[in-house]
Design a protein around this ligand. Structure first.
Ligand code: BV8
Length: 251
């Protein structure tokens, strides 16, 4: 039996919490087979974000960027939520209020059944026209298969993925909802994020400043490890189910 990677205090606090807020990053989807960004086998190792994840790159070569996101969308659609996503959905059934604030764009928390999901960086399953903002429909991206840039059938504007690129504002109201959850939470979990991208990475500190017990779950210490109450070293897909199990034994 492997030693429990978390304190006895953490499941006790979770079991009696009114509000649990969770910030997730690419690490929670790693065990679903979706590459992270900054790990040695991550996306940024294979692709240069300057070439792909910003508006200038998109305008410079729209079909390259549209094709990259289409490829990532195919991967995210083909993969399934892992035990970590499922455990967070189960957590939502065990506490009065559970807010999942995700940096991920893969839609896996929603598919796992988490009810309150704040998408800080958008969602790959959605695309829209850069000019008229019409939401793209199935078929609007077909031009990609012919090697052309996908354009809006209404106004011929370029269709872009509904994700937040560097230097872009987060979706309307997303940080407000996330900040409110962090400020109200009794327990705040930061799961599978390197915590280097802002303003998302500021949320665990906001939670701590408002009196929450803050724990991070990661396979290695992140940039905020020294600022949290507890660092739980382990895979999200193993640690989160064990945490929920421990909560159930207490409740
Ligand atoms: C904005 C595109 C303002 C979507 C991405 C304050 C201070 C410093 C800089 C800034 C600041 N405010 C703004 C900035 C600039 C910038 C920023 O933060 N730069 C940093 C890098 C220096 N922020 C922005 O530009 C943001 N916009 O603030 O706008 C504004 C205001 C008004 C008007 C205009 C503008 C926009 C940020 C969004 C950027 N978009 N990508 C996409 O293609 O997906 S960033 C990219 O990084 C992803 O979005 C991802 O969500 C994000 C965070 O990465 P992680 O999820 O943490 O993934 P990573 O690979 O890094 O780490 C994985 C972790 O998991 C690791 O720790 C690993 O150990 C762990 N792990 C692995 N396996 C497991 C595991 N853990 C558990 N279990 C496992 N099995």
């Amino acid at each position: 039996m492997t030693a429990q990677p978390f304190s006895d205090e953490l499941p006790r606090r979770l079991a009696r919490a009114e509000h649990v807020a969770v910030l997730t990053g690419a690490g929670v989807s790693a065990e679903s087979g979706i590459p992270t960004f900054r790990d040695e086998d991550g996306l940024w190792e294979q692709f240069d974000p300057k070439e792909l994840a910003n508006v200038e790159a998109f305008l410079d070569n729209p079909q390259l960027v549209q094709g990259w996101y289409d490829h990532r969308r195919d991967i995210a659609t083909e993969k399934t939520p892992n035990d970590g996503h499922e455990a967070l959905a189960a957590l939502g059934d065990l506490v009065p209020t559970c807010t999942v604030v995700t940096q991920n764009v893969d839609n896996l928390h929603q598919r796992a059944g988490s009810e309150t999901v704040v998408e800080l960086h958008g969602n790959l399953t959605r695309s829209y026209c850069m000019e008229c903002e019409r939401e793209a429909r199935p078929g609007d991206l077909d031009a990609l298969a012919e090697g052309d840039a996908a354009r809006c059938p209404e106004c011929d504007g370029l269709i872009r993925p509904d994700v937040v690129w560097f230097g872009e504002r987060l979706p309307e109201g997303a940080m407000e909802r996330a900040g409110a959850a962090a400020s109200d939470a009794d327990v705040f979990l930061s799961v599978g994020t390197s915590a280097v991208v802002y303003p998302a990475a500021g949320l665990p500190v906001t939670a701590k400043e408002h009196g929450a017990y803050v724990a991070e779950v990661n396979v290695e210490r992140s940039a905020i490890a020294d600022a949290v109450d507890e660092v739980v070293l382990g895979k999200a897909g193993e640690t989160l189910p064990a945490l929920v199990e421990a909560m159930r034994r207490i409740a």
